[in-house]
Design a binder for this molecule. Structure first.
Ligand code: FES
Ligand code: FES
Length: 169
């Protein structure tokens, strides 16, 4: 797909987003978050601090969690980007979403997409994390509402669910 850019110095980039090859226009200073939200209307990744602190914009680039607000779009030429919208068929994501709901691990929900992406990445690399590992993995995601206890419990519950079913992806 070809989309207009608001920046005069824009160039066309080709990358994969949620399994689909797309073309986007990006100026020198456009971030991946801007491209995702403002061009492609993929709004699960949130613009919170917009300076790499809060984790609300967490997505995956080439299988690793990354902050979309700190990533220049032009650095993503040829990259494989996955946002929360592209993770709906993931058993780990399903378990996490169920656990977040049952543990009331969100209030306003603004941080939740980034939390889910970080937690899925953890469970894919470590299907049976202990509490310390969960806390470390989630330490880059800030929540102003919940106090974190319910979030940690939800991730732990999701890991248990996946372990019971013998699936972690
Ligand atoms: S919006 Fe990217 S880290 Fe806060
Ligand atoms: S639920 Fe509101 S910021 Fe986390």
């Amino acid at each position: 797909m070809n989309l207009p850019s608001s920046t005069a110095e824009a160039t066309i980039l080709t990358l994969r987003i949620n399994g689909e090859q797309v073309q986007v226009r990006a100026g020198l200073r456009d971030t991946l978050l801007t491209v995702l939200r403002d061009q492609l209307q993929l709004t699960a990744a949130k613009r919170g601090c917009n300076q790499g602190v809060c984790g609300a914009c967490t997505i995956e680039i080439d299988g690793r969690p990354a902050r979309a607000c700190l990533t220049l779009a032009r650095a993503c030429e040829g990259a494989d980007v996955r946002t929360l919208e592209g993770m709906s068929d993931s058993p780990a994501m399903k378990a996490l979403q169920d656990a977040f709901a049952s543990h009331q691990a969100f209030q306003c929900g603004f941080c939740t997409p980034g939390m889910l992406v970080s937690a899925r990445s953890l469970l894919e690399g470590n299907p049976a994390p202990d509490e310390a590992a969960i806390r470390v993995a989630m330490s880059g995601n800030l929540c102003r509402c919940t106090g974190y206890v319910s979030i940690i419990a939800a991730v732990d519950a999701a890991a248990s669910t996946l372990g019971d079913h013998g699936a972690s992806s």
